[in-house]
Structure formats: structure tokens, C-alpha cells
Design a protein around this ligand. Structure first.
Ligand code: PRP
Length: 207
């Protein structure tokens, strides 16, 4: 299932993100902000436990999340900036890292890092990467997690292309996708257009 989040605040931040004049320090902050807002949207799926508490005035029943039940999983490199935003909303989540880059010729994902916290497969995983282009990287990351027993996975991205959405929906129909925009498509270099350029390069100033 694909959720395209349409919200004026997110749209404004996305517009700033797309502009080529936006500098890395501002770009990073915008990615982080949008990731926080997307985490809020994904959070509408989470279950809470109702527990009796005492306010300074009287007792009442209040809803709590099991904050240790979440793992934020950035796909390196660009996902790191989104992880910071997700962790602002879920500060007690743990973090796993999956390193993948796209081969420049074949565009196929190449794995170079897989480091996850203990017992991650029993938890709710929030896989984050700003860009879903061909979908190869996200699909491979999700498959790696499933190979280790993961059952509940959400995927969050800022920009997506129809091809990437079809890839994830086909390979992983159980994974809900949260995106702030579905762009027109991909250019010859498999970059999302109109897009925002290469998110990793803009975040880390490696253009
Ligand atoms: C970009 C992006 C995604 C991937 C999307 O990463 O951040 O991870 O490409 O493309 P796909 O959907 O076609 O797989 P990149 O490989 O440039 O690595 P980086 O984050 O280290 O820059």
C-alpha cells in the first residue's frame, strides 16, 4: 500500500529541498524535518497500551507506546539524515544500518554493510531512504531484513518514482510505503525527475 502524504508544511519543505540553490546544511535539516513528519504519519499505525497513571491532580488512563519496539533502519548513505528525523519522534528506538550503493552501469544495488541491533526481527522496522528510484536498493534492503526473520516493515522515502513503487509493491506487498511525493519518472541515469538531484551528495556535500 502506498501513502502519498499531502500536507502544506511538508510540501513547502519539499519545495525548498528541490531547489538547486539549497545548501547542504539546509538540505540536511529539511530532510530531517520531513522524516519527522513522515514518522508521525506512520505512527498512526502503531498500537498503544493503556495504563493507569497519576497526574498531579488525579488518576487517569493514558496511552503509551512501547518505545523499545522500534528500529529505524537507514539505507546508507542518504538514509542517515532521515534516521535523525525519525529518532526525534521515536528517541528510544534503536538503529540498524544497511549499506547499499547503486552500480553506476547496471543500477543494481551492491551491499557493503548490514549491522542490526539484537532481536530486531521481532520489532517494527522503519526503513528510511530519501529516494525510491528503480526500487532496487529498497527492495534489496527489505529482503535482507526478511531473510533475518523481520515481519513488520514500513518504508519511508521523500521522493518516489512510479517504477520504484511498483517494484516494492510487487516484491513486498506486505510493506506499507510512505512518501511525500510521486514524481514523473526516471531519466536515462535512473535519477528521479524532476526530483532533487542526488540526495546523498547534497546531504554530505560530495558533489
Ligand atoms: C541512492 C538513494 C537510494 C538509491 C535509490 O543512493 O539514496 O539509496 O540511490 O535508487 P534505486 O531505487 O534505483 O535503488 P546511492 O546509491 O546514490 O548511494 P548514496 O546514498 O550512498 O549516495
Amino acid at each position: 500500500m502506498v501513502h502519498e502524504i499531502n500536507n502544506p508544511i511538508i510540501n513547502h519543505k519539499l519545495a525548498l529541498l528541490r531547489r538547486k540553490e539549497t545548501l547542504p546544511k539546509d538540505f540536511r535539516a529539511l530532510v530531517e524535518d520531513i522524516a519527522s513528519l513522515l514518522t508521525y504519519e506512520v505512527g498512526k499505525n502503531f498500537e498503544t497500551q493503556t495504563i493507569e497513571i497519576e497526574t498531579p491532580l488525579q488518576s487517569c488512563r493514558a496511552e503509551f507506546l512501547d518505545e523499545k519496539n522500534f528500529v529505524v533502519v537507514p539505507i546508507l548513505r542518504a538514509g542517515l539524515a532521515m534516521a535523525d528525523g525519525a529518532l526525534k519522534i521515536l528517541p528510544n528506538a534503536s538503529v540498524g544500518h544497511i549499506g547499499l550503493y547503486r552500480d553506476e552501469v547496471t543500477f543494481a544495488p551492491v551491499e557493503y554493510c548490514f549491522k542490526m541491533p539484537p532481536h530486531f526481527s521481532e520489532k517494527i522496522l522503519l526503513v528510511v531512504d530519501p529516494m525510491l528510484a528503480t526500487g532496487g536498493s529498497a527492495s534489496a534492503a527489505i529482503q535482507l531484513l526478511k531473510n533475518h526473520g523481520a515481519k513488520k516493515i514500513f518504508f519511508m522515502c521523500i521522493l518516489s518514482a512510479p517504477r520504484g513503487l511498483e517494484k516494492i509493491s510487487g516484491d513486498h506487498p506486505d510493506v506499507e510505503i510512505y512518501t511525500t511525493a510521486i514524481d514523473d519518472g526516471l531519466n536515462d541515469s535512473c535519477h528521479i525527475v524532476p526530483g532533487l538531484g542526488d540526495a546523498g551528495d547534497r546531504i554530505f556535500d560530495t558533489l
